[in-house]
Design a protein around this ligand. Structure first.
Ligand SMILES: [Zn+2]
Length: 227
């Protein structure tokens, strides 16, 4: 059986996609001041893109600290090819300017004009969503954080299924986890009793489903809940 550590990158990807999306949507809809939200959206969106195209380069050379948004932007632009194509130069320069302006707020250096982050900066963040590492704005539009995380987790769980249709028929679809109620339980195979959920692990919360759990669910399905 896999361990929850095997899914660490999946969990990081889910969090990055959610933080990028919810902050970007909140700015687009005028629900949050743009300064802190811009920094969080840029940091997470760019980390997801760099991790996708150049896995490992999202971290600083010295360890597992994620690079700053500006450093991520420069890794993204100076690396090999960007999947789906390089964003236009106006998007890239709006991103760079937006990150610098957002940081003035974060470090308390902003002066009188609070509205230094404008629509073009937010639109540059929205443009990043075309990259396959993100593609999340439409998916979670209108959701709160918990629903967005559940939705993105469920999508990532489906993506873990084998691509080949024949292989796909050999494994169950992701099922609901008993602990966190997300559709993120990845089973190793079908169960021996025909209830269609075997033993496995939840990629979101790490709860393991054991053989005893399968037996319990089979008995309650077959004979009713003893309580
Ligand atoms: Zn779970």
């Amino acid at each position: 059986m896999s361990s929850i550590d095997d899914f660490r990158e999946v969990r990081r990807r889910v969090m990055r996609r959610c933080v990028y999306a919810l902050n970007t949507l909140a700015m687009r809809d005028g629900r949050l001041p743009r300064d802190g939200a811009f920094d969080a959206a840029a940091a997470n969106g760019l980390a997801a893109i760099v991790a996708y195209d150049e896995s490992g380069q999202e971290y600083e050379d010295s360890g597992n600290r994620v690079r700053s948004p500006l450093a991520l932007l420069s890794v993204m632009c100076s690396g090999g090819s960007i999947t789906g194509g390089t964003p236009s130069s106006s998007v890239l320069s709006a991103l760079e300017e937006g990150i610098k302006k957002a940081q003035e707020f974060r470090h308390g250096r902003a002066e009188e004009d609070w509205d230094v982050l404008r629509e073009n900066h937010v639109n540059a963040l929205i443009a990043l969503d075309e990259h396959p590492a993100l593609q999340v704005l439409e998916l979670v539009d209108g959701m709160d954080f918990e629903d967005a995380a559940s939705t993105v987790f469920a999508q990532e769980a489906m993506d873990l299924l084998p691509l080949n249709l024949k292989d796909r028929l050999m494994v169950p679809e992701p099922a609901e986890c008993d602990a966190c109620w997300r559709m993120t339980l990845i089973a190793d195979g079908f169960d021996a009793f025909g209830i269609n959920v075997g033993e496995g692990i939840c990629i979101a919360c790490g709860t393991e489903r054991t053989y005893e759990d399968t037996v319990r669910d089979y008995l309650s399905w077959r004979f009713g809940d003893p309580s």
